[in-house]
Design a protein around this ligand. Structure first.
Ligand code: FES
Length: 149
């Protein structure tokens, strides 16, 4: 029988507020049992689900997407390493995309991002007359369009 934890203990260990845990439960992302005095008890492996939820949001997944991913895990038993592996391989490309976005963000901080402001000397070189606007709205070079060489 797996150890169970109170909502307070889960909140303390996961770093997620009890109100957010109740919200995740309402959305069906995590589940608790009620003990004799109707208090929520979470199986210990819920901590991994919560960690997954928190980091999946950092990668930009919505709660709906996270719910759909978590729904792939076996119901009623603690997910194994291969269960988690199957899950993570499904959205590895999402992580790569996010890494690419963050890399461009880092590189673009001191460079022209093709946003149309033409406020830096660099803009005149790589975005003359706001040429980037022809590719669409937003900071085109941050969004992945290549700067002209
Ligand atoms: S940074 Fe805005 S157009 Fe170059």
């Amino acid at each position: 029988m797996e150890t169970t934890l109170t909502i307070g203990a889960v909140a303390k260990r996961s770093g997620v507020a009890a109100s957010a845990l109740r919200f995740y439960e309402e959305r069906g992302l995590i589940r608790s049992e009620r003990n004799g005095s109707a208090h929520r008890r979470f199986v210990r492996s819920t901590l991994r689900r919560i960690a997954f939820i928190v980091f999946a949001q950092k990668v930009g997944l919505t709660l709906e997407e996270i719910g759909a991913e978590l729904a792939k895990l076996p119901d009623g038993r603690t997910p194994t390493k291969s269960d988690w592996h199957k899950l993570s391989s499904g959205w590895a490309h999402r992580i790569d995309e996010r890494i690419g976005e963050l890399q461009r963000l880092k590189e673009g901080l001191a460079d022209c991002i093709g946003c149309g402001c033409l406020s830096m000397r660099q803009c005149k070189l790589v975005n003359p007359a706001d040429k980037a606007a022809s590719k669409g709205a937003g900071p085109r070079y941050w969004l992945g369009d290549k700067q002209p060489k």
